[in-house]
Design a protein around this ligand. Structure first.
Ligand code: MG
Length: 309
């Protein structure tokens, strides 16, 4: 039985702020559509081409939801979810998720079983993995702020065992290493088109930093862009190398040189975003209780499964 949740998509005229001509051509539709409303704090959108679906997290309600692109309906994919936050799809099409409640990064296998990719560093539990990306070489990169343990709202609460909030890399053979240890609240992350750079949002500093990827290590880490509307959360890169970021007033778009070139204003605080749809030109945005979509002329950076095809 399909449980239909939050049917009745609505659309509103896209409220755009064009600050630079590099943003002027990205708009496709004049409207943004509200695909779902009824979550408590939505996060972690990941588009799954094989399922024609968007998976996303409703963290305080401890569930993963699935919006079906064909039917337009949203149903429960997994509940309890372990207070999953960030999700992504790896190079083989598998769902990789950050469980704030279990304090683990997990992968859902083809048979539906789940394997733990990371849970401890040197015998100490992770804080509460927040967001995750997979590189084409199969390595998994994630951030570990404490939002799932500071209270029982977005997790199970608990003690912080590690000294800090780090950015991690999981080697394809399973080894876990710290790749950045100077963040207060690392959050969203995204690779550049050629994966030689990694952008990481620092919610505490309210900026995005840019690192050079040197094999399994990061160097650099300068501030790429400050947030001018609250705090950054999730980020994504499109095929032109533009960086799209979740803010408290909507989605901000930056040129590769760090210039804020445009905004999509939305009525609620935005947590995260992803590109999807059959052509990769549909922007999905999780914003507090709702999921929005906006058709663009631009497409997202090619995901790893396409690159491997
Ligand atoms: Mg986040």
């Amino acid at each position: 039985m399909t449980i239909v949740l939050g049917e009745a998509p609505a659309r509103i005229r896209a409220e755009l702020v064009v600050l630079d001509e590099r943003f002027a051509g990205v708009a496709g539709d004049e409207y943004v559509e509200r695909l779902y409303d009824g979550g408590r704090w939505l996060e972690g959108p990941a588009y799954v081409p094989a399922w024609r679906s968007l998976i996303f997290s409703d963290i305080p309600n401890d569930r993963l939801l699935r919006w079906d692109e064909v039917s337009g309906q949203t149903s429960v994919f997994r509940q309890p979810s372990g207070f999953v936050n960030g999700n992504t799809i790896d190079g083989l099409g598998r769902l990789v998720s950050c469980s704030q409640g279990e304090r683990q990064v997990i992968r859902t296998e083809y048979d539906g079983s789940r394997v733990v990719l990371a849970s401890h560093l040197d015998g100490l539990r992770l804080n509460s993995p927040n967001d995750v990306v997979v590189r084409r070489d199969g390595s998994v990169w994630f951030t570990d702020p404490p939002y799932g343990i500071t209270s029982s709202y977005e997790g199970n609460g608990g003690e912080q065992e590690l000294d800090g909030c780090y950015v991690y890399r999981i080697d394809p053979d399973g080894g876990l290493t710290v790749v950045a240890d100077d963040f207060r609240r690392p959050n969203g992350l995204a690779f550049s088109l050629d994966e030689t750079e990694l952008y990481v949002a620092d919610t505490h500093g309210s900026h995005i930093r840019r690192f050079e990827v040197d094999g399994a290590k990061l160097t650099g880490g300068e501030v790429f862009a400050p947030c001018t509307a609250g705090r950054f959360d999730g980020i994504r890169v499109d095929e032109a190398g533009r960086v799209w970021a979740a803010t408290h007033e909507g989605v901000h778009c930056f040129a590769p040189d760090g210039t804020l070139i445009g905004k999509l204003i939305l009525p609620d605080v935005v947590s995260n975003l992803t590109f999807g749809g059959p052509r990769g030109n549909r922007l999905f945005v999780t914003a507090t209780t709702s999921v929005w979509s906006w058709h663009l002329t631009a497409r997202g950076a090619r995901p790893p499964y396409a690159a491997n095809a």
